[in-house]
Ligand binder design. Structure first.
Ligand code: PMP
Length: 450
């Protein structure tokens, strides 16, 4: 950009002066991204990068979709805003569509972010139990390593280290159990000795806490940001059974897995379970506009339809479900359907998993995991000890990829020393050549480790 005041150095200076970056507030040299097209973004120097994380696991239909921009502009010109105490066309149409994607039977409540959607889920679950004659149920069970958002309740549910920083007390009533992490089984089991102790752990904790105090559990179908932890195939069905046995609601966080990322429309559909509440964000608009949703089973919703104000869900969200975001979401879902991108994500994920096998022999590669079009590469110091790779090695691979024009991710910092899992979550429009580019670049980056 060669207009006065818009040169890189001036912008960086202003950035250092005014912008508070997420996670790394003092990053003195952020990339300044100026445009995006398909699976690529371009920075202010004109350097192109393959967006191997779809931004933050969200730009699923790829960058630069004019049809989405047009849908947003058209909706802004017709009706930019009205709150959802009343209704409007895009919200009605989107609710019908999301319900169809879920397989039917859900009522949709809109907010702006994944954290919001989870807060709404917790509040609905607690109020549901009140109205169902069990007001003592207020606790939620979550898992270590899981991320569910940054607000006090969602952070309460989160099982990562940042909850222990200076934000306590968080919302109380959240218990954490060990995650299904087959590479480092918290129960010391292996393929042969596994009896899905990780699922049984729900039963144990519910019994310890007393089922009459437990409102629900929250889980992602596969823990994504916490390290791509893929559970045994029967895990979710087993958890569903345990929830039913104890009258506990099953909340499935589809913020990342939803809308095709898992290779099916929703992650839980890979495991044949029907949740009570489904939360979603990111992929609902492919991040073209902020929107999230909490889908609640009709049987639960019915408890909120009584005539007294006391039975209503007293939760307003000014921007939630605004017409522009809903119109954007509708266009995004239309693109996913018309271009058969969910099926494409499944095929791409399968191909990526196969291609990544070339890395298996590398001494610093401990485990390669995938779910739909998500992959995780767990780096270790050596395969025998499984000691997590040093931050230096992990950052080197990331930097070497970036040098070659590939942006990849890393699991959120969970337990100190376990910050060693590279992540990939590319746009669904990735081509076969681009898949090769990803894998070849990773091979070259790993080759630089002495
Ligand atoms: N749940 C999951 C599984 C997430 O990955 C995230 C965000 N990365 C959230 C919830 C929170 O979403 P948001 O950042 O939109 O609040």
């Amino acid at each position: 950009i060669d207009a006065p005041g818009l040169d890189k150095e001036t912008l960086l200076e202003k950035d250092r002066q005014y912008v508070w970056h997420h996670i790394s507030p003092h990053n003195p040299n952020p990339m300044i991204i100026t445009s995006g097209e398909g699976s690529w973004i371009t920075d202010i120097d004109g350097q192109r990068y393959f967006d191997g994380m779809s931004g933050l696991w969200c730009v699923n239909v790829g960058h630069g979709r004019e049809a989405i921009a047009d849908a947003a502009a058209a909706q802004m010109k017709t009706l930019a805003y009205y709150p959802l105490m009343q209704s409007h066309l895009p919200a009605i149409q989107l609710s019908e569509k999301v319900n169809e994607w879920l397989g039917g039977g859900f009522r949709i409540f809109y907010s702006n972010s994944g954290s919001d959607a989870n807060e709404v889920a917790f509040k609905i679950a607690r109020q549901y139990h009140h109205q169902n004659g069990e007001p003592s149920r207020y606790k939620f069970i979550s898992r270590h390593r899981a991320y569910h958002g940054n607000s006090m309740g969602a952070l309460g549910a989160t099982g990562q280290a940042q909850r222990k920083l200076k934000y306590e007390p968080l919302s109380t009533g959240f218990q954490h159990i060990a995650p299904p992490y087959c590479y480092r089984c918290p129960f010391g089991k292996n393929d042969k000795s596994c009896h899905m102790e990780c699922a049984q752990a729900y039963d144990d904790v519910i019994n310890w806490e007393g089922a009459e105090s437990v409102a629900g559990i929250i889980l992602e179908p596969v823990i994504t940001g916490g390290g791509v932890l893929v559970p045994p195939q029967e895990y979710l069905a087993s958890v569903r059974e345990i929830c039913d046995k104890h009258g506990v609601l099953m909340i499935v966080d589809e913020v990342i897995c939803g809308f095709g990322r898992s290779g099916k429309r929703f992650g839980h559909q890979n495991f044949g379970v029907k949740p009570d509440i489904v939360t979603m964000a990111k992929g609902i608009t492919s991040a073209y506009s902020p929107l999230s949703a909490t889908a609640v089973r009709e049987e639960l919703y019915e408890k909120f339809t009584g005539s007294g104000a006391d039975s209503h869900f007293r939760h307003v969200n000014t921007f939630g479900g605004n017409p522009v975001s809903c119109a954007v979401a509708l266009k995004n879902l239309e693109i996913l359907e018309d271009e058969r991108l969910v099926e494409r994500a499944a095929a791409l994920g399968e191909a990526l998993r196969r291609k990544l096998e070339v890395l298996e022999e590398h001494p610093n590669v401990g485990d390669i995991r995938s779910f739909g079009f998500i992959a995780g590469i767990e780096m270790v110091e050596d395969k025998e000890s499984k000691i997590p790779a040093s931050a230096g090695k992990v950052m080197q691979v990331i930097a070497e990829c970036k040098k070659r024009g590939l942006l990849i991710g890393k699991n959120g910092d969970t337990v100190p020393g376990f910050n060693n899992i590279l992540t990939l979550s590319p746009p669904f429009v990735t081509t076969d050549e681009e898949l090769d580019f990803i894998v070849n670049t990773l091979v070259e980056a790993f080759a630089t480790l002495a």
